[in-house]
Design a protein around this ligand. Structure first.
Ligand code: FAD
Length: 380
C-alpha cells in the first residue's frame, strides 16, 4: 500500500482520472456497473481517505480539495465521481464526531483504502425532505434496533458501512446518525439502478429488519443528527455535487470543442469555422468557467468559515446544476445527430447532468432557502 501525500490532490486525482476512470467511463455507463477499478486506485493512492484527518493516516483534505477531486473525476465519468462523493460524505460525517473506537474501526481503514461507505438518508415517503426521516430506532440493552427502508443508496451493496439517519430513540430528542455495517444480520439490498444517467452509481434500496446496531456506532451524542445534517452533510454533499456538475459541464464542453474542430465537411471546413457553432462554444466556455469560479469561491469560504459561506454553498449547487444541464444540452447541439448517439460522450454527460437538480436538497428547496436567507427570513 503506497500513499503519495507529497503530490497534490489535483495531481493524484488527475492521474487516476486519466489512466483508470476515463478508459472505463463508456463501459461503466453501458453496463450500469460499479467503478471497482477506480475505487481500487483511489484506495491505493490515499484518495478514499481524502477527508480522514492526517493523524489517522488520511489526507486531511479540505472542502476545496473535495470539490477539486469530484470536478476532475466527473470530467471523465459522472458515475465514478458520484460514488466517490457519497463515500466521502459518509467519511466526513464520521470524522466530524468520531469516538476513539470509530476512529480505529472506520476512519483508519478508510484511509488505508479498506472500507467504503455511503449515506443512507433518503426514504420513499419523505423524498427531498431527507432531514425528516420516518424510520425510527429503538434503544435497549446497549443496542439500537432499526426497522425500515432507505432508497437511493449510492454505492449500495458495494459498501462496508452505511451512515443511516433515523429518528432518535428517546422521544422528542431529534435525529440520530448510526453507522450500520452492511454484513449485519437483517440488512438487505434490493433492486438495480435504472436511472437515465449516473448509470454506474449503484443507487439502490436497502431494507433493515431488526438490525441491531451497538451504541458505540452512534455518531456524536443522541439527538445530534439534525446538527450534523446542516453543519457537516450539507456543505460536504452540496459542494461535492457542485464539483461533479462543473466536471460534467467541462467534460461535455471539451468533447464538443474537440468534435467541432475535428469534424470536417467535404469542402474542408470544420464545424468550428461556422459562426453559430462559435457562439455555442463561447456560451459553453463562459458557463463552465463562471460556474467553476462560483463553486471554488463557495468552497474556500466554507473552509475559512466565512459568514457568507452558507449562502454561497447553497447557491453553488443551484448554479452548478443549472449550468451543467445548459452546457451539456448545448454540447449536443454542437455535435448534432452524432452527439445524440453513444459514438460521442455528450449524450452521457447530458443524462448524468440531469440528476444534479433533483438530488436533495433540490433546486426548488435551495432557491427557497437562498431567497429566504437574502430576505432575512428564517429557513425553517
Ligand atoms: C443519482 C441519485 C443518487 C442519489 N444518491 C443518494 C444517496 O446516496 N443517499 C441518499 O440518501 N439519497 C440519495 N439520492 C436521493 C435524493 O437525494 C433525493 O432524496 C431523492 O431524489 C428525492 O426524490 P423524490 O422523487 O422522492 O422527490 P420529491 O420529494 O417527490 O420531490 C419532487 C419534486 O418536488 C419538489 N419539492 C418537494 N418539496 C418541495 C418544497 N417544499 N418546495 C419546493 N419544491 C419541492 C422537489 O424539488 C422535486 O423537484 C439520490 C438520488 C439520485 C437521483
Amino acid at each position: 500500500m503506497t500513499t503519495t501525500f507529497n503530490h497534490s490532490v489535483a495531481e493524484i486525482t488527475r492521474q487516476i482520472a486519466g489512466e483508470v476512470v476515463a478508459p472505463l467511463a463508456f463501459e461503466i455507463d453501458r453496463e450500469k456497473r460499479f467503478p471497482h477499478e477506480a475505487f481500487k486506485a483511489f484506495g491505493k493512492s490515499g484518495l478514499l481517505g481524502l477527508l480522514v484527518p492526517k493523524d489517522l493516516g488520511g489526507m486531511g483534505g479540505s472542502l476545496f480539495d473535495l470539490v477539486t477531486a469530484t470536478e476532475i473525476i466527473a470530467e471523465k465519468c459522472g458515475s465514478t465521481a458520484m460514488c466517490f462523493l457519497m463515500h466521502s460524505c459518509a467519511t466526513m460525517v464520521i470524522a466530524s464526531k468520531a469516538s476513539p473506537n470509530q476512529k480505529e474501526r472506520y476512519l483508519r481503514p478508510i484511509a488505508q483504502g479498506d472500507k467504503i461507505g455511503t449515506l443512507a438518508f433518503s426514504e420513499t415517503g419523505t423524498g427531498a425532505h431527507f432531514y425528516s426521516p420516518e424510520i425510527r430506532a429503538h434503544f435497549a440493552d446497549q443496542f439500537f434496533t432499526l426497522n425500515g427502508r432507505k432508497s437511493f443508496v449510492t454505492n449500495g451493496d458495494q459498501t462496508d458501512f452505511l451512515v443511516v439517519v433515523t429518528n432518535a430513540s428517546t422521544e422528542g430528542n431529534g435525529l440520530d446518525m448510526l453507522i450500520v455495517e452492511t454484513d449485519t444480520s437483517g440488512v438487505r439490498f434490493e433492486g438495480t439502478w435504472e436511472g437515465i444517467g449516473l448509470r454506474g452509481n449503484n443507487s439502490i434500496s436497502v431494507t433493515m429488519e431488526n438490525v441491531k446496531v451497538p451504541v458505540s456506532n452512534l455518531i456524536g451524542d443522541e439527538g445530534d443528527g439534525l446538527d450534523i445534517i446542516f453543519q457537516v452533510v450539507a456543505p460536504t454533499f452540496i459542494l461535492g455535487v457542485s464539483g461533479v456538475n462543473v466536471g460534467l459541464a467541462r467534460g461535455a464542453y471539451l468533447a464538443a470543442l474537440n468534435h467541432a474542430k475535428s469534424r470536417k465537411y467535404p469542402d474542408g471546413r470544420s464545424l468550428a469555422e461556422i459562426q453559430a457553432i462559435q457562439f455555442y462554444l463561447s456560451d459553453m466556455y463562459g458557463s463552465v468557467e463562471s460556474a467553476a469560479a462560483f463553486v471554488h469561491k463557495a468552497a474556500r469560504s466554507a473552509d475559512q468559515g466565512e459568514a457568507a459561506a452558507v449562502l454561497n454553498v447553497m447557491e453553488s449547487k443551484i448554479i452548478a446544476s443549472e449550468h451543467a444541464v445548459r452546457v451539456t444540452n448545448l454540447a449536443m447541439q454542437v455535435c448534432g445527430g452524432q452527439g445524440y448517439t453513444p459514438s460521442l460522450p455528450v449524450e452521457r454527460y447530458l443524462r448524468d447532468a440531469r440528476a444534479g437538480a433533483v438530488m436533495a436538497p433540490t433546486t426548488e428547496v435551495l432557491k427557497e432557502w437562498v431567497g429566504k436567507s437574502v430576505a432575512g427570513i428564517p429557513l425553517m
